[in-house]
Ligand binder design. Structure first.
Ligand SMILES: [Ca+2]
Length: 309
């Protein structure tokens, strides 16, 4: 009897771990490029996989939706997160305002509701023996600021970041806040990098194909279609979904473990890795299963079937 009871307890524990959702915060410059709203919608339609603890607005400067300052950029990103939540009928996921400026050195955080939320949710997870995953798809200001605010945060979170290139460190998200990127690379936070050029730049798809696939995706499909049309390009890459896809279609990814390079503030190349400092890096991503999963989840058929909202 005791043996049977023990077996049941183990089976239940295994089942709960198999079906445990990943606690996640998505940090996004949602108004910068049209790919961020795809990623936000993807996360919000994947709540069988993610326990979404919040979506944080990242600052940006320049960009597709050009802005004059990071303060203007982060405010528009926050507004766009709220807009996507409204369109999708999501009322139980908080949107947090991020840093209004970039970091000015590698040691001074730019505190914000976003960095505070990352620290608070990481502590909530840690209290239950869990780890918070932060998926970052913009400049790393909020993440670096959280790491600097709580020196023990690196022990409590895992980070997946779309940014940098495979062979050099001159890329929009990285350039947005090089001090923040350096602080993150110099930290001990478990870190998966999804490089842009050399990996995700193989993911060009025709814009008309995106529009065709968004038919039948309801109000969020119409919103994403309007963004694709606004971009007015023949083909493009939906960069940011690849950071979400790490959890959704992991078999589509080939990773390598590599040294964790030094980021220079004033040089485009990666510097040598600190001795023993490692990270995981995607080197190849098969886009077909990723897009199949994305559009399947965005469809109204899926939405009605799962009754998430
Ligand atoms: Ca982005």
């Amino acid at each position: 009897m005791n043996r049977l009871l023990g077996f049941c307890v183990i089976a239940l524990a295994l089942a709960s771990s198999l079906f445990a959702k990943t606690p996640v915060i998505l940090d996004t410059d949602a108004y910068n490029e049209i790919d961020d709203p795809f990623a936000v919608a993807y996360v919000l339609r994947s709540r069988d996989v993610f326990d979404v603890r919040g979506i944080t607005a990242a600052p940006y400067h320049g960009g597709d939706h050009a802005v004059d300052s990071p303060a203007e950029g982060v405010a528009l990103c926050h507004k766009e997160i709220l807009n996507i939540k409204r369109i999708m009928g999501v009322t139980d996921v908080p949107a947090y305002m991020g840093a209004p400026r970039f970091m000015t050195d590698t040691e001074t955080p730019v505190r914000s509701d976003a960095s505070a939320a990352i620290v608070a949710e990481a502590n909530r997870c840690a209290a239950k023996g869990e780890r918070l995953t932060v998926i970052a798809i913009g400049a790393l200001t909020n993440v670096a600021s959280a790491l600097l605010t709580d020196p023990k945060l690196a022990e409590k979170i895992d980070l997946v970041w779309l940014g940098g290139h495979l062979d050099n460190a001159s890329e929009f998200n990285l350039n947005g806040d090089r001090y923040a990127a350096k602080a993150v690379f110099d930290s001990d936070v478990p870190f998966t990098q999804i490089p842009c050029f050399g990996v995700v730049d193989k993911h060009y798809v025709p814009c008309q194909w995106l529009i065709d696939n968004l038919k039948g995706c309801g109000a969020i499909g119409e919103h994403l279609t309007s963004l694709v049309k606004w971009a007015n390009m023949d083909r493009r890459i939906i960069w940011d979904i690849t950071a979400v896809g790490v959890f959704m279609t992991p078999r589509a990814y080939t990773f390598e473990t590599c040294g964790r390079p030094t980021i220079y503030i004033d040089k485009d190349e990666y510097g040598p890795a600190r001795p023993g400092a490692k990270m995981r890096r995607a080197v190849e991503i098969d886009k077909k299963p990723l897009y199949d999963d994305l559009f399947g989840r965005l469809s109204e058929v899926y939405n009605k079937k799962t009754k998430l909202f």
